[in-house]
Write a protein that binds this ligand. Structure first.
Ligand SMILES: *Cc1c(COP(=O)(O)O)cnc(C)c1O
Length: 428
């Protein structure tokens, strides 16, 4: 496939936008080459500026769980746009989406909408600190909670892809309040709590990690965190920005039956528009301004277009819960197909999957935490990525990302993908 016009557009973009992109994960820095510029997308396919059709396994990094330009979502946005795009005043639709979200997700009474997953996680931690009157937080190496200062300590996703898990610009003062634990290592968390007794406000975690590839929690890990939090008056924050409304209607809390104190959302909840949200039981949420002392605000929060897209998306998922089964089956089919062709071609690999999250690591060892994810062979990944792209399959340009499966994929698309992997594997 030829990507000439994309390269020209990238050259122009680099003159006026740092690195030519508005979010680093879009660059191809880790895999080499120029990023592809999209013209439009429909269902499971992207159409780029050179006229290529690509099968999309990023899907805007998660939101397009029902495919691109999904008609109910698009129509809801068009209808709303005609009536004005922002008021900075309350609207009924904010209550409608809040009621629906609260009914779908366990353990939440109230929810506040913001504009991104970053904002949701940043606000959730502030709320946890205000509520517990403690300062320190525990996060896990390789987990990504957006780009606010407290989280850029051994962060996953783009932060690790570009070699800046600890970003310059984050002050020592901020960094010292973020305590770092190993994912899936309960003993490590225990020892951190022991040496910071009475100082920890919250533990924030991706309950299924998706920003160092896909790493499910080992049995007992989340349950163990729950007990530790209860024993030490620490709030447990599930960052469900990626997993929420994807792994189940009620996210990981429902899927794995572990309760969180605060939950954050993004991606799917906005149906492809900029939306994040955080939610908790009433006693915690009432700590927020204007009811309580913890301040949090936003000019465009609860924006009518964003709420219309989100509401249409959540309705679709709530009214057709078989979607989750269907998308899980497609992912399982892909999983089996990839396993078979990589085994046939004797390519060393490990595949992690839970529900519709899947990642392929070119490593022979189990991938259970950041260290084991980082051990995988990046040179093999680069060749794999470009091989796939040559066959019109678009996966994330980094080995530290999950594949985002969309319900819009047909079994023919999956077969085409598996065939592309088979051909690509010959030269790995
Ligand atoms: C994407 C993501 C974020 C950040 O969301 P943005 O909307 O990009 O700010 C936070 N947490 C997790 C788990 C994510 O996957």
């Amino acid at each position: 496939m030829i990507y000439k016009r994309s390269s020209e557009l990238f050259t122009a973009a680099q003159r006026v936008i740092p690195g030519g992109v508005n979010s680093p994960v879009r660059a191809f820095k880790a895999v080499g080459g120029d990023p592809i510029f999209v013209k439009e997308a429909k269902g499971a396919y992207l159409y780029d500026e050179d006229g290529n059709r690509l099968i999309d396994y990023i899907n805007s990094w998660g939101p397009m769980i029902l495919g691109h330009a999904h008609p109910p979502v698009v129509n809801a946005v068009i209808d709303k746009a005609k009536k004005g795009t922002s008021f900075g005043m309350p609207t009924e639709i904010e209550t409608q989406i809040a009621e629906l979200a609260v009914s779908m997700v366990p353990n939440i009474d109230k929810i506040r909408f913001v504009n991104s997953g970053t904002e949701a996680c940043m606000s959730a931690v502030r709320l946890a600190r205000g509520f517990t009157k403690k300062d320190k937080i525990i996060k896990f190496a390789g987990c990504y909670h957006g780009h606010s200062d407290s989280f850029l300590i051994q962060a996953g996703s783009g932060a690790v892809t570009f070699g800046s898990p600890n970003s310059p610009g984050v002050t020592e003062g901020t960094a010292k309040d973020t305590l770092l634990a190993r994912y899936n290592d309960l003993e490590h968390v225990k020892s951190i709590i022991k040496s910071n007794k009475g100082e920890i406000a919250c533990i924030i975690i991706e309950p299924v990690a998706g920003n160092m590839g896909c790493i499910p929690p080992v049995k007992g890990f989340l349950e163990g965190l729950r007990s530790l939090c209860d024993a030490h008056s620490i709030l447990l924050i599930f960052d469900e920005v990626m997993t929420g409304f994807r792994l189940a209607k009620g996210g990981v809390q429902e899927l794995l039956g572990v309760d969180a104190d605060i939950v954050t959302f993004g991606k799917v909840i906005g149906g492809g528009l900029p939306v994040g949200a955080f939610a908790a039981r009433e006693e915690i949420m009432n700590y927020l301004a204007p009811l309580g002392p913890v301040y949090q605000a936003g000019t465009l929060s609860g924006n009518p277009l964003a709420m219309a897209a989100g509401l249409a998306m959540l309705k679709e998922l709530n009214n057709n819960v078989t979607i989750f089964d269907s998308i899980n089956k497609k992912t399982e089919y892909l999983h089996q197909g990839i396993t078979k062709v990589l085994e046939d071609k004797k390519v060393v690999h490990t595949i992690n999957r839970i529900g519709s999250m899947i990642s392929v690591h070119f490593s022979e060892n189990p991938v259970v935490d950041f260290e084991s994810a980082a051990e995988a062979n990046n040179e093999t990944f680069k060749k794999f990525f470009h091989g796939m792209l040559d066959h019109g399959i678009y996966i994330a340009p980094s080995a530290f990302e999950t594949w985002f499966i969309t319900e819009a994929l047909s079994y023919d698309d999956l077969d085409e993908t598996i065939k592309a992997i088979s051909i690509t594997a010959e030269s790995l």
